[in-house]
Write a protein that binds this ligand. Structure first.
Ligand SMILES: [Mn+2]
Length: 356
């Protein structure tokens, strides 16, 4: 087991008044054990108790190496897997992972009526919010890879290549350079760029398009995520103005990050730049999201967030302006909160670029 991470989780359980939790998010199990399995519909759950014991319930279809401090209870498809788990849980409060299927929880309640299920994922989610040195190094490496891919992607933009074609090329580049996978890249041309989560389609580049490239992938399990907007052949005065506003908002967000600052204030620092420029109604989403083993995870960097920046937190700063029916601009970097400020994980240029 990853001992320090397990200790953090047990500390959090204590604060939540929990003596036992069931962890089922495969990413959280990986975080604690180093075992990476996608179990589909089969039972795959890690029972953690506050005495430090950890038992993994796993199907024989998914081999796993032995892990120090971890007991593995194997089952196969003909076994009543939940009965095995029911023997290990104790009466009283039992923290349940927010992603644990109801079919398991209901069976467990039938077999072990003495348990009192409560939502328990925060014990692990809160630990995962503050990345340790090993994780930050992996986040840096992932974003370095993404910087390289962005550079190549921009050079591949040309007339006749559809958004969908470009999205596929980004995925190929990611994997070629060492990403674990690269699903669903976001490429938007012109009017497509006026929708923050535009689905890449058959549109091809036209002179004067803004091009949003939002590229993301897990690398050694940790995600990178960066957005750049470039212009094809020409840039109008309004596009130039909006680009500089979004860039200033991105920098204002970055400059606001340091330990102790509420994340909602970071959102506001960036949002204010866009509001003051008169485009507030066109910045239609939160400033950013936490990232790590998952591409979107706590903490949320929005007006509704109650999180306070702490060393090791890692999130995106991604302001945008989307003009309905016209075009849009978004600029996104990943940042890590350090002991005395911030480290920006992306170094790819944010200077306005016109592609020919
Ligand atoms: Mn993002």
């Amino acid at each position: 087991m990853k001992k320090q991470r397990l200790e953090k989780v047990i500390g959090n359980m204590g604060k939540m008044g929990l003596r036992q939790i069931i962890v089922s998010d495969p990413l959280s199990i990986f975080y604690l054990t180093g075992i990476s399995i996608e179990p589909g519909e089969r039972l795959y759950s890690l029972l953690i108790k506050d005495d430090g014991s950890a038992v993994l319930f796993n199907n024989r279809l998914f081999p796993a190496d032995e892990v120090d401090g971890l007991k593995i209870v194997w089952h196969d498809d003909k076994d009543d897997a939940i009965s095995g788990l029911a023997e290990y849980v104790s009466d009283g409060s039992l923290g349940i992972d927010k992603k644990w299927p109801a079919k398991f929880l209901i069976q467990l309640q039938e077999k072990h009526p003495g348990i009192k299920p409560v939502l328990g994922s925060a014990a692990v989610d809160n630990a995962r919010k503050n990345k340790d040195a090993e994780e930050i190094e992996l986040m840096r490496a992932a974003s370095r890879l993404n910087d390289t891919v962005m550079d190549e992607v921009i050079s591949l933009l040309e007339a006749g290549k559809s958004e969908r074609k470009m999205a596929g090329m980004i995925s190929e580049l990611h994997v070629e350079k060492g990403a674990d996978s690269s699903p669903g890249q976001i490429v938007c041309y012109g009017v497509g760029a006026s929708e923050p989560h535009h689905e890449p389609g058959n549109a091809t580049l036209k002179e004067g398009d803004s091009v949003i490239l939002d590229i993301f992938a897990p690398v050694n399990h940790y995600w990178c995520d960066m957005t750049r907007t470039v212009f094809y052949k020409t840039v109008s005065p309004e596009q130039k103005k909006v680009y500089e506003i979004v860039k200033a908002a991105n920098l204002a967000g970055i400059n606001a990050v340091k330990p102790g600052v509420p994340l909602k204030d970071i959102d506001y620092a960036a949002r204010k730049v866009i509001e003051d420029a008169g485009y507030g109604q066109y910045f239609t989403h939160r400033l950013g999201h936490g990232i790590g083993l998952d591409v979107h995870e706590p903490p949320d960097c929005s007006a509704a967030s109650d999180a306070i920046a702490e060393p090791g937190m890692c999130f995106s700063i991604e302001p945008g302006i989307y003009l309905p029916g016209k075009w849009g601009v978004r600029i996104e970097d990943l940042v890590v909160v350090t002991e005395d400020g911030i480290e920006v994980l992306n170094s790819f240029t944010k200077d306005l670029q016109i592609i020919y």
